[in-house]
Design a binder for this molecule. Structure first.
Ligand SMILES: [Zn+2]
Ligand SMILES: [Zn+2]
Length: 250
């Protein structure tokens, strides 16, 4: 007991624990998550506006009259989308820290919260892979960090190395959807002749759902290699990029 306290004291001296929220800089005292990086107020703000009309399938803003967004009405290759909230405010900032500021612990905190939203039983988790050059540059795949939490929460395996990105696709965020789709043709591949997801229900995992072109390309590859169904889990759903191109409901 004593040695544990001494070790903890030493660890705190070398790596002082964060005492303020990464997002709003308010003190973290009394926060609920075991790894206190984001305060409860910020965590609780990461939710959709209950009054906003959203697609029944993917949770993106829906403007088509049948309750689906234009993407899903046109036939999205992935099924249901699970998410924490819109890619805005505290959630947007937290995702940025996770992707670009090496705050991998945030992936675990947010992944655990996302896991609580997933009520369906899956056979395995597959994170959307990064190209190896991007992985080298970043040092980690944020989708795999989130995916690990989802897999552990349901006691199912995560297959990280069998769906691969065959080539770098540049910075997707700056491309229009049409260019993205073109850019993503043949972007994914499968490294095994006997994928473990064959005949199974796959939960594909990514950090943000924007146009869905990346997730769609990955889902198509999973279906092509035998998956029975592919649903998607993301931390955040982009609302701004999609709004501009969807038709407004009457
Ligand atoms: Zn905060
Ligand atoms: Zn949709």
């Amino acid at each position: 007991m004593l040695w544990r306290l001494i070790l903890q004291g030493l660890a705190d001296l070398i790596w002082p624990p964060r005492t303020r929220c990464l997002v709003c800089e308010e003190p973290l005292a009394g926060c609920s998550e075991p790894v206190g990086l984001v305060c409860d107020a910020c965590l609780n703000s990461m939710a959709f506006d209950p009054h906003e009309v959203r697609c029944a399938n993917c949770t993106r803003p829906a403007y088509a009259s049948d309750g689906l967004c234009a993407e899903c009405a046109a036939g999205s290759p992935f099924g249901v989308v699970f998410s924490l909230g819109p890619h805005a405010g505290a959630l947007r900032e937290a995702v940025h820290h996770l992707k670009f500021e090496d705050r991998t612990e945030l992936g675990a905190v947010l992944g655990r919260r996302l896991a609580r939203r997933i009520s369906v039983k899956f056979d395995c988790v597959v994170p959307v892979p990064l190209h190896r050059s991007r992985l080298r540059e970043r040092g980690y795949n944020q989708a795999a960090i989130i995916g690990r939490q989802l897999a552990d929460a349901s006691g199912i395996p995560m297959h990280e190395d069998m769906l691969v990105r065959l080539r770098g696709t540049g910075h997707q965020a700056k491309l229009q959807r049409r260019n993205r789709l073109h850019n993503l043709q043949g972007a994914f591949g499968v490294t095994t002749a006997t994928p473990p997801w064959a005949g199974g229900r796959v939960l594909l995992v990514d950090d943000v759902l924007t146009t869905g072109a990346t997730a769609a390309a990955a889902a198509t590859e999973l279906y092509g290699s035998g998956a029975r169904s592919v649903d998607l889990a993301v931390l955040a759903v982009s609302t701004t990029l999609v709004k501009g191109k969807l038709k407004t409901s009457p």
